[in-house]
Design a binder for this molecule. Structure first.
Ligand code: NHR
Length: 182
């Protein structure tokens, strides 16, 4: 999230209008606020299993900011088809695997268990089908001898911080061609 926010200066076609978390305690909210960006939280927990009610509260806050593009970063609540439709073609996510490999959770442990020699991250459009939207970019990193899920996650995260800003810059300029790093 901070890598995205920090990238949006100068000739970048986008500017951050809101940083929104479903976790009120998220450290990113404090960091974004310190950069002068409007922040908000909408805690999902009081809504229990009622995803539509949670998303209505999300939409109420998003409507005020009126973003053109929504970037998920570590956002861990599955979004309903109705919410996704409101941002069709303008919602991105970064996922810590080389999709279509390892959608869902525990991606690094799964890559290690499979004996993969490379891992990475994928920026994709968010569609109703989880982690299945059109791929906008991928960043590859090696899996090294002795890696565990934590060391691999750290290497992938460094690539996430390069890939996501690079893809967003192109996407915000209307370029949806796929970007591959390195
Ligand atoms: N929503 C839709 N409709 N489509 C996608 O592609 C989405 C999405 C919401 C989030 C991020 C995704 C990831 O990058 C994402 C993509 C959460 C879960 C999940 O199982 C799965 C994938 C992703 C994010 N969430 C559980 C839920 O019940 C909660 C898990 C938890 O809290 O730890 O929402 O990984």
């Amino acid at each position: 999230m901070l890598a995205l926010v920090r990238s949006m200066t100068g000739d970048h076609p986008g500017r951050p209008v809101l940083v929104l978390s479903n976790r009120p305690e998220a450290a990113g909210l404090v960091r974004a606020a310190a950069l002068g960006i409007p922040v908000a939280d909408v805690d999902h927990r009081p809504f229990g299993a009622d995803r539509e009610a949670f998303e209505a509260a999300l939409m109420a806050r998003l409507s005020v900011a009126a973003p053109d593009i929504l970037c998920l970063a570590g956002f861990m609540r599955i979004l309903t088809p109705g919410f996704v439709a409101r941002f069709a073609g303008r919602m991105l996510n970064i996922h810590p695997s080389l999709l279509p490999k390892y959608p869902g959770l525990h991606t690094h442990a799964r890559a290690l268990a499979a004996g993969d020699s490379e891992a990475g991250c994928t920026v994709h459009e968010v569609t109703a089908a989880l982690d299945c939207g059109p791929i906008l970019g991928q960043g590859r990193v090696p899996v090294l001898p002795g890696d565990d899920a934590a060391t691999l996650a750290a290497r992938v995260l460094a690539m996430e911080h390069l890939l996501y800003p690079a893809v967003l810059r192109r996407f915000a300029a209307g370029d949806r061609r796929r970007l591959d790093l390195p």
